[in-house]
Design a protein around this ligand. Structure first.
Ligand code: HQG
Length: 189
């Protein structure tokens, strides 16, 4: 299979499983699960041909392991990145490593210096254990810049952290005091 239908299908699945399930008349439960049969039927009604094999290929090949299929094989969900208010995935709180990274674009820095990191339309601020990944996340919005977050210190002061099934770290917001704007930006880490 060429990668084009996979990439397109991955985008489509991200859209309906994270953001706008109602756009194809699909319902997600609170944990974000959709029946795969219902997803295929709803997509077909909206002119997108999906089948189980294609969906499974997308899940397996997703570089960021964005989706998971339930143990009984009947349902699919995005593991993180949601903006739809109908979903609230239960996640175990976890103690983060000393430092986590956040990739952003230079044009957002002034606002981040004033407000800290905010989740935007998603449910959480997304953080990564490695600076490399953060660089590519930041690149999506312009000139990338990587911020170091004093995660363990934050956690020690009562901020909650969660880790999604794909390893992405999540927290509600990052106050500016915990953000190091300087060293990681030059990429020596
Ligand atoms: C920025 C991708 C101004 C923030 C990635 C980011 C990730 C502020 C943008 C996942 C701000 C939001 C999430 C403030 C934060 N002022 N800008 N106070 N606080 N921002 O896409 O973290 O490929 O919602 O820095 O791998 O970029 O979709 O979040 O640039 O895990 O699977 O506002 O999406 O995964 O952008 O990315 P996003 P994100 P997928």
């Amino acid at each position: 299979m060429s990668t084009k239908p996979l990439a397109e299908t991955s985008k489509f699945l991200s859209y309906v499983l994270r953001h706008e399930p109602q756009s194809i008349g699909l319902t997600l439960d609170r944990e974000g699960w959709a029946s795969i049969d219902a997803l295929i039927a709803a997509a077909a009604l909206h002119g997108r041909a999906l089948d189980r094999a294609l969906i499974e290929q997308v899940v397996i090949t997703s570089d960021k392991k964005r989706f998971s299929i339930s143990e009984d094989g009947s349902s699919i969900r995005a593991v993180q990145g949601h903006s739809t208010p109908t979903v609230s995935i239960r996640m175990e709180e976890k103690t983060p490593p000393a430092v986590l990274y956040h990739g952003t674009a230079t044009r957002f820095l002034e606002s981040i210096r004033q407000q800290g990191l905010l989740p935007g339309s998603r449910h959480h601020v997304h953080l990564s254990e490695d600076a490399q990944t953060s660089t590519s996340v930041g690149q999506r919005y312009g000139q990338p810049v990587v911020l170091s977050i004093a995660a363990a210190t934050m956690h020690g002061q009562g901020h909650r952290f969660y880790q999604a099934d794909n390893g992405v770290w999540l927290t509600a917001n990052v106050p500016v005091d915990f953000i190091d704007f300087a060293p990681a930006n030059r990429g020596q880490r």
